[in-house]
Design a protein around this ligand. Structure first.
Ligand SMILES: Nc1ncnc2c1ncn2[C@@H]1O[C@H](COP(=O)(O)OP(=O)(O)OP(=O)(O)O)[C@@H](O)[C@H]1O
Length: 211
């Protein structure tokens, strides 16, 4: 399973462009602040519409400007993990985890709630409210929610940035297990070189360009 990305988008005074293949493993998007890394993830996820190009995963066309194909985000089967978790504050952890699971087609679900809970070690958190979780706990739940949505790949935008540095290794271990045990392709953004060195199997440079 691999991504094939070739996108261009004019945004403000910038031209954001990226062309790469992201195979199984963890592909790091690097580049200076403002180069367009988050925008590229958003174009892959279906949250930002490219002006030109295409996005496919395992040969499945998610976006193709020339053919007017633009699959909505909720039908792309990609899990998106943000810097701040973005859990639903009015739902307990269990309901947060099951949110995407209930929306996924039965044939697209490949992990059960029990499997995800064991994989991430979050059984003790199930009845908690998001506001009571530490940064690392919230991020585990956000990853669990992404896995349960039937995701066939993960997009992660600085997922460790709001976690206490002393707890970051625990989440890095979780991401390594997703990469190696579950074999899910991951496209990842971080500014932290040590984190990148531990996680990345492939690297793609996103270069800034101005109109
Ligand atoms: N909605 C928007 N309207 C206009 N310009 C935008 C918009 N969203 C982003 N941009 C600009 O597009 C460029 C790329 O932004 P993006 O957040 O993708 O970069 P990035 O590489 O992820 O940056 P960082 O590393 O700082 O998070 C930036 O210059 C940003 O100001």
């Amino acid at each position: 399973m691999s991504f094939d990305v070739d996108v261009r988008k004019r945004l403000g005074g910038h031209l954001i462009e990226a062309r790469f293949v992201a195979p199984a493993g963890l592909t790091l998007l690097s580049g200076p602040s403002g180069a367009g890394k988050t925008s590229v993830l958003n174009m892959m996820a279906g949250l930002l519409r490219p002006d030109e190009g295409h996005v496919t995963i395992a040969g499945d066309m998610l976006f193709d400007a020339a053919k007017a194909i633009d699959r909505p985000a909720y039908r792309r089967r990609l899990g998106y993990v943000f810097q701040d978790g973005r859990l639903f504050p009015h739902l307990r952890v269990r309901a947060n985890l099951l949110y995407g699971y209930r929306l996924a087609l039965p044939e697209d679900r490949w992990m059960s709630l029990e499997e995800v809970v064991v994989f991430l070690g979050i059984e003790h958190l199930l009845i908690r409210w998001p506001h009571s979780l530490s940064g690392g706990e919230a991020q585990r739940v956000a990853i669990g929610r992404a896995l349960l949505s039937g995701a066939r790949a993960l997009l992660m935008d600085e997922p460790l940035a709001s976690i206490d540095p002393a707890r970051r290794n625990e989440i890095i271990d979780v991401i390594l297990r997703i990469r190696d045990e579950l074999g899910l392709p991951i496209v990842y953004v971080t500014h932290n070189p040590a984190e990148a060195d531990r996680l990345a199997t492939h690297r793609v440079e996103i270069s800034p360009s101005f109109l």
